[in-house]
Design a binder for this molecule. Structure first.
Ligand SMILES: Cc1cc2nc3c(=O)[nH]c(=O)nc-3n(C[C@H](O)[C@H](O)[C@H](O)COP(=O)(O)O)c2cc1C
Length: 166
């Protein structure tokens, strides 16, 4: 009897302050996937610039910043683990640019995020940006570096393995 083959997975993330990077590294290690960081090319360049203020952090950047080139072909993968911080209740601008540039139609996507207050409507917003995909699961962590560095890494690793097994 032939065994079902594991999906070809990739972990893609954006992180400003390291929380989502911490989660993404745990996912990639757990499922042995490539780890791809989305990076804005020039944070302030763009037609319409928006100001994001959160606590002491003030960020001025376009709603959809240009990104540094990525060597990632979505067609090489069946399953994408996608991580972003929650910004203004939604997906951070760099991750929006990434989603707008790629063709994820019919891909399986597992979403993870980090937030400070609450994830709110983050996952619904992300799903709107990923229409045509199959969102297979979601998970969010409140400031994992501050509140649950080791537990969050363990929990998201277990989550990622369970997603792979579906
Ligand atoms: C510009 C900006 C906007 C943010 N907006 C929200 C928000 O709407 N809701 C929330 O719970 N956290 C918000 N946060 C907090 C981040 O989601 C949180 O600190 C997260 O852990 C950061 O992930 P990172 O370290 O990977 O960048 C915001 C942070 C920044 C910098």
């Amino acid at each position: 009897m032939s065994r079902p083959t594991a999906p070809r997975a990739v972990t893609v993330y954006f992180s400003l302050e390291g929380n989502v990077r911490h989660l993404a590294q745990a996912v990639a290690t757990a499922v042995d996937s490539p780890l791809v960081e989305v990076l804005p090319a020039e944070p302030r360049r763009g037609a319409e610039v928006t100001e994001y203020v959160w606590g002491d952090t003030r960020i001025i950047c376009p709603e959809m910043p240009e990104l540094l080139p990525l060597s990632l072909n979505p067609d090489d993968f069946d399953l994408i683990f996608l991580g972003s911080p929650v910004w203004k209740g939604t997906v951070a601008p760099a991750m929006r640019s990434f989603l707008a540039a790629g063709d994820f139609y019919r891909k399986k996507v597992a979403l993870f995020c980090a937030y400070s207050g609450r994830a709110g409507g983050y996952f619904e917003q992300a799903e709107q940006l990923l229409l045509g995909c199959e969102i297979i699961d979601t998970i969010g962590f409140r400031e994992p570096l501050r509140f649950s560095r080791q537990k969050s890494a363990r929990d998201i690793a277990a989550w990622a393995k369970s997603v792979m097994a579906r």
